[in-house]
Write a protein that binds this ligand. Structure first.
Ligand SMILES: NC(=O)C1=CN([C@@H]2O[C@H](COP(=O)(O)OP(=O)(O)OC[C@H]3O[C@@H](n4cnc5c(N)ncnc54)[C@H](O)[C@@H]3O)[C@@H](O)[C@H]2O)C=CC1
Ligand SMILES: C[N+](C)(C)CC(=O)CC(=O)[O-]
Length: 489
């Protein structure tokens, strides 16, 4: 049975949390007194549905159920995880946490999205202080994995369980062992924000020029290596020590305004808001969110291909999702009389083109991934390939039968047309539900990676392949098999 998360406060951040839980199969109960909350959450959810499920190359669990509640007590009843995301005011947080604790299970986890308060501040006057922790996420919560966990007073086993829940949602819980105002990431962001406000106030740069300084340069570096690893590389062959020797003295030069904060008066607000309107006012906020999400998905999937940073996290989540399902199965587990399910995934945002549908090269990618999966099933996995044997594709024929869009759930089933000796002939069928979208027919040869010449696979692989081929030979022939371009259907 699905677990339930309660979201108390369903604004920008609460809406993002609701989407993160729902799309990972949890039921979600929301309490928010704003009469517009349902509409706002529906809009956040629709952005999340088009972006999050396509991050992984396997499908997320079935979406949970969303319920709006009239009281906090109703929302938290039976919830395993309760996430408080009310406005950043300690009096509102205290009043809300008191209502939550009066009604929730004593062993439920209570996370606060607070950007700056320490857990001991949140816990002041609480019924069960040790139940409350900071779980500080980053916007958009449904796409960005980082969540800072600060759990002063909580026993270590509970912290481990809380982190395990967040990890199961595809998040990266960064456990801060000491509490501090604004945690770690917001301390860093505040420093940049402070400097940026000075630069605008002093007329040195506009909001757009500051954004350009970030997005054309160090912002791209930060997304993949952060600060210290980037500077280590910047030190050249001599590394970090050389970097520090060269740039350390600059810390004493007047490069920064350090801790000074410009007066946050109407003039400054109008200056910044006016420049921001000139820079971005032509886009509605939801449009900007979609532009942001398209870019984030493309960047995260690029990091996934490198198995690096936030991309490596997605690969780890994917491996956990495959375990124990047909997508982690090997040949011996499968009924040879059935086609083999080699993909069940959502079409990612970065697979679509100027025609608004999945672009042709991605059909080949989907089929190639399905072939890789089939190779693993018969034993030609990463460990085997390291021993010097693999399959090379010699010929491919793709039929594009119907269009498909980002966010669609697609399934590929694979038929072995021929499997003996060094030859492997596969026929993949891609469906969305009952709708046939495409077929991919591929002829592969087993090769020695040393000689780069065709050679027979090890007997276990050949036996697994022949067993499935014999089963599939009993099935009726699908339409389109063996077809060449221009031949009658
Ligand atoms: N916006 C951001 O970039 C981030 C914000 N946060 C933190 O998340 C929390 C929420 O911030 P946002 O979502 O940005 O604010 P928001 O203003 O978008 O949402 C707050 C929501 O709380 C609701 N609310 C007000 N009083 C309530 C109550 N007594 N009970 C239940 N709901 C109530 C409001 O109707 C509103 O929908 C804050 O603690 C903030 O520091 C954390 C990470 C990023
Ligand atoms: C501006 N902010 C302090 C609310 C930002 C955050 O808390 C995290 C984020 O998403 O940048």
């Amino acid at each position: 049975m699905s677990k339930t998360a309660a979201i108390i406060g369903g604004g920008v951040i609460g809406g993002g949390w609701a989407a993160r839980f729902l799309l990972n199969g949890w039921n979600v109960s929301v309490y928010d007194p704003d009469p517009q909350a349902q509409r706002k959450i529906a809009e956040v959810l629709s952005n999340a549905r088009r972006s999050l499920p396509g991050l992984t190359d396997v499908a997320l669990p079935l979406e949970g159920t969303l319920t709006f509640c009239d009281t906090i007590a109703q929302a938290v009843a039976g919830a395993v995880w309760i996430q408080e995301s009310v406005p950043e005011r300690l009096d509102i947080k205290h009043a809300t946490l008191a209502q939550i604790q009066a009604a929730c299970d004593a062993d439920a986890f209570i996370g606060s999205s607070t950007s700056g308060f320490k857990p001991t501040e949140l816990q002041r006057g609480a019924l069960r202080p040790e139940q409350i922790m900071v779980a500080h996420p980053f916007n958009p919560v449904y796409l960005l994995p980082l969540v800072e966990v600060v759990a002063t007073n909580m026993v270590i086993d509970r912290v481990a369980s809380a982190k395990a829940i967040l990890s199961s949602l595809g998040m990266y819980p960064l456990h801060l062992k000491k509490e501090i105002d604004a945690h770690v990431a917001d301390r860093l962001l505040e420093a940049v924000w402070r400097e940026a406000l000075w630069l605008v106030k002093d007329g040195i740069a506009t909001t757009e020029e500051i954004d350009d300084a970030i997005r054309y340069g160090f912002g791209i570096r930060w997304a993949q290596m952060g600060l210290f690893e980037t500077y280590r590389v910047a030190g050249g062959e001599a590394g970090m020590k050389h970097f520090m020797a060269q740039f350390g003295p600059a810390l004493k030069w007047p490069w920064t305004k350090l801790m000074d904060v410009p007066d946050f008066n109407d003039a400054l607000v109008d200056l910044i808001a006016g420049q921001s309107d000139a820079q971005s006012g032509m886009h509605a906020i939801r449009d900007l969110e979609r532009i942001r999400d398209n870019n984030l998905v493309s960047m995260l999937r690029a990091l996934k291909a490198q198995d690096w940073g936030a991309g490596a996290l997605i690969n780890a989540q994917e491996a956990a999702m495959r375990a124990g399902t047909v997508h982690g199965a090997v040949a011996a587990d499968l009924d040879p009389a059935q086609l083999v399910e080699t993909a069940h995934r959502t079409v990612p945002l970065d697979w679509t083109d100027y025609n608004g549908h999945m672009t042709e090269s991605r059909y080949l990618q989907a089929f190639a991934d399905a072939t890789d999966r089939f190779m693993t099933i018969i034993g030609c996995d990463a460990a085997y390939i390291k021993t010097g044997g693999s399959y090379f594709t010699a010929e491919t024929h793709i039929r594009h039968i119907d269009e498909v869009h980002a966010g669609a759930l697609i399934t590929i089933r694979t038929r072995v047309v021929l499997g003996e000796g060094k030859k492997m002939h596969l026929f993949h069928e891609m469906h969305e539900g009952d709708r046939l979208l495409a077929t991919g027919e591929h002829f592969l040869l087993h090769v020695s990676l040393e000689t780069r010449k065709p050679t027979a696979p090890v007997p276990q692989i050949e036996a697994a392949l022949m067993r499935i081929a014999a089963g599939h030979a009993q099935l009726p022939l699908p339409a389109g098999i063996g077809r060449a371009i221009g031949a009658p259907r």
